[in-house]
Design a protein around this ligand. Structure first.
Ligand code: SF4
Length: 212
């Protein structure tokens, strides 16, 4: 099966399997997602969701977080790991939102990429989830599953996976598709244990399962 056809079939199967899959970081405002996604590096979304409750209770808007000393932010976010650099990125990022964007998150991919601590994965997540734009979020689940399934060929570098997926995934499907890969990667096609191919909705399509 050609990769584009394979991609469409995988999208359809995962839609059926996880109809309501969405971002597992909880947020009600764009700037909060920006903060959470920085904290989520090398940390679970579940832990981030707990830690930000305290952070946002103390600093309920961009202006107050921008004015907070980085050390105070670090004290709250340290359970997420890498507290020193995450706190400084969050502080610098909120200052820029406050001073240059009237406390708003810019709806422009390149502008997002210029914010401290925001890489392509985070910028894509914001574009897709907040602004409903085409997005491909190449996190660890996306990279692992796309290689196993055969949507990409032994590509591990996130930006290269992203570029390969842009060629085969309909743009409007990208954001939800990547969320569903996360759900499937946690529930079935896991990283640390042997994937549960016997109960996988993709087993008759998947390269890892012997399909050419
Ligand atoms: S068949 Fe196995 S390797 Fe392939 S996607 Fe499903 S669980 Fe993962």
């Amino acid at each position: 099966m050609r990769k584009k056809e394979l991609a469409l079939e995988v999208i359809a199967r995962l839609k059926k399997e996880y109809p309501d899959a969405d971002c597992t970081l909880e947020y009600d405002q764009a700037w909060k997602l920006l903060v959470s996604v920085r904290l989520a590096a090398q940390c679970t979304d579940a832990r981030v969701n707990v830690v930000v409750e305290k952070l946002f209770a103390q600093y309920p808007d961009v202006a107050s977080l921008a004015a907070a000393p980085a050390e105070d932010i670090e004290r709250i976010v340290h359970p997420c790991g890498l507290g020193h650099s995450k706190a400084r990125d969050i502080s610098a990022c909120m200052k820029i939102l406050h001073e240059q964007y009237q406390d708003k998150v810019p709806d422009d991919f390149d502008a997002l990429l210029k914010l401290p601590g925001v890489g392509r994965k985070s910028a894509n997540l914001i574009m897709g989830d907040v602004f409903g734009r085409p997005a491909i979020v190449t996190d660890t689940h996306c990279i692992r599953l796309c290689n196993r399934i055969g949507l990409v060929d032994n590509i591990k570098e996130p930006q290269k996976v992203e570029m390969a997926l842009w060629k085969i995934i309909p743009p409007e499907e990208g954001s939800d598709f990547c969320h569903r890969l996360v759900w499937h990667g946690r529930a079935v096609c896991t990283a640390r244990t042997t994937p549960s191919c016997e109960k996988c909705c993709l087993r008759d399509l998947c390269r890892q399962n012997g399909v050419k």
